[in-house]
Design a protein around this ligand. Sequence first.
Ligand code: FES
Length: 84
Amino acid sequence: MITIVVCVGSSCYVRGSDKVAETFERLMNEQELNDKVELVGSFCMDACSMGVSVRVGDQIFRGVSPESAEQFFNDEIRPRIDAA
Ligand code: FES
């Protein structure tokens, strides 16, 4: 099971963390990954200035945006799921 943590702190929220999470959720449903991934929210990850922060497993990625969320999922999250 891979855990995706989307920061929902105020800085990330104003940069669209809710839309990033919605995109991840949609892709998880479309790709039938709900038994392999869990999606949760978190408070500030101390990377506020760079866009939405997302932790995948034990790695934190900074600067995700609603526009890049689908690409990020396919490039960074999906391979980790497939390798798990
Ligand atoms: S609010 Fe998201 S890293 Fe600080």
